[in-house]
Ligand binder design. Sequence first.
Ligand code: NAD
Length: 516
Amino acid sequence: SHMSHKEVKKIACIGAGYVGGPTCAVIAYKNPSIQVTIVDQNTERIEAWNSTKLPIYEPGLDHIVFTARDGIVAPLDHNLTSGKPMTVQLASTMNGGTLITGLDGHDELCPRPLDLGHAPNLFFTTDMSSAIADADLIFICVNTPTKDSGIGKDYACDLKYFESAARKIAEIAVSDKIIVEKSTVPCKTAQSMRELLEANCNPGVRFEVLSNPEFLSEGSAVSDLLNPDRVLIGSDSSSTGVSAAASLSDVYSWVPRNRIISMNLWSCELSKLAANALLAQRISSINSLSAICEATGANINEVSYACGLDRRIGPHMLKAGVGFGGSCFKKDILSLVYLAESLHLSEVADYWKSVVAMNEYQKCRFTRRITHCLFDTLTGKKITILGFSYKKDTGDTRETPAVTLVRNIFAEKCKISIYDPKASEQQIWLQLAEDGGKLEKLKSRITIHHDIYEACEGADAIVVATEWDEFSNKAITPRGPSAWTPSSILRGVSANGNRSHTPTNQIPQGETFSRV
Ligand code: NAD
C-alpha cells in the first residue's frame, strides 16, 4: 500500500482486562514487528499476565500470549479457529513461521519461527509513563460500568476510568498520538475526549481520536479476534482523521480488507451499543416466549428451532435460558436508555428498558420454578448449582444470573452446592457477597466444590445454570442416583454466546433435575 500514512511501530494499551488483554495480545502475535505494551494500575492483574497462570481463561489464549510475550513458539492446545481442544501432531518451520498441525487435521500457522530466540514483542506493566511516552497509538480498554446499575436508578455509563486514562495520556505525551476508544462508550464521547486532550496537552502535541469498538465475545475471544465479522473504525473526515484510520487499519493486518469498515465517529460509537442491545433483545424475546410455552405445553426448543430456520431470523442468540448475564448487555442497554432519555425520546427509552425488565423477570421466574418442582419448599434441602460463570468457556462471573439464582434460593433456607469448571472460588464468594448477604452467613449453608460428583452427592435437585459442555447426561448419570429425571423447568438453553441450535444430548442450561 502507499505510504501516505504513518506506520505504527509501538502500541500502548491502557487496561489489561477481558478486552485489552486478549485484543492486544492477538495484535502482538499477528504483528511481530510491532511492540505492544499493556498497562494496568492493578498490580495483581499485571503480575498474573506476566506469570504462567493468566488472569483470564479463554481457549487458545495461553498460546497467543506466551508466544508473543516469551519469544518462543508456545504449546497450542486449542484449535484457534473453533476454540475446540486440539492435540498437536507436528510443528515445522514454514515461510519464517511455524506450521502447527493438529490431530484433527487442522493447521495453524504461527507467525514466529520454531527455533528459539525471536524477540518478544508483548509486555505487561504497571508503568504508565514509559508505555504512553513511547507509543504511536494508544488503545483505551478500561472498564466503563453503569454509575448505579438498575432500573429506576442511574442508567448512565460512568466514564471516570476513561477520563483518568485520557488525562494521564495528555499529561505524559510529548509527541503526537493516535488515541483509540476500544472501551464501549456513549455516543459523542470522542468529542469530549478530543476537547479534554486539547485543553490539557503539552505544547505542540496533537491527538487524533478514533473509535474502534470491540465485538469479541467472552469464551471465544481468540477465534473472534482472529476471524472477526467486522472491524469498525470511526474517524472524522479530515485528512489527519483519515490517515490515522489507515494506520489503525494496518494494525489489523490479518483481517481481510473488506471486513474493515470505515465510518463517522458517532455511527461507530453507537453501533457497539446498538449491536449489544439487539443481541440482548433476541434473548429477552425468546425468554418471553418460553413463559408462554410452559403455560401451554408448547416446547420452546421446538419453537426456537422453527423460528431460527427462517433466514430472515436465523438461529443465533435464540435459545431460552435463565436470562443473560455478563458485564456488557445490561450496562450497554442502560447506556442506550440514558442516551434516549437525554434526547427526550422517552418511547425509545421505554422500549429498551423492557428488554432489561424481561431479563430480570426471567431470572426470578426460574427460581420460582425450582421451588415449584420441589413441592414448594426448599427448607433443609440440598440444591446443587452446576455452572456459575455467566456462560460457558469463561470464568467470568460478572452479572451472572447464577448470583440471582443462589441469592433467591438461599433465602428459602436450603443448603447449596456450587460447581463451576473455571470460575474461581474467590470470584464466586466475591459475587455472592457483593449482592448483599454477609460472607459468614452465606458460608454456613453454601459450599463450593471442585469435583462435580461431590457437588451432586445427596442433592435434592441439580440446577444447570451455565451451558458448559461437560454437564452432559453422561457426565452425571454414571455415579449419580438413577432417579434423576428432568423436570419440566425451562427446557432449552443458553444465554449469550450460543451460536446455533445444539442437539439435546446435553443437559441444557436452565434445566433442573429433581429427585422423584
Ligand atoms: P475489565 O474490568 O476486565 O478491564 C478493565 C481494566 O482497566 C481493569 O483491569 C482496570 O484495572 C483497568 N483500568 C481502569 N482504569 C485504569 C486507568 N486509569 N489506568 C490503568 N488501568 C485502568 O473490563 P473489560 O471487560 O475488559 O471491558 C473493558 C471495556 O470493553 C468496557 O468498556 C466494556 O464495555 C468493553 N467491552 C467488553 C467486552 C467483554 O466481553 N468483556 C466486549 C466488548 C467490549
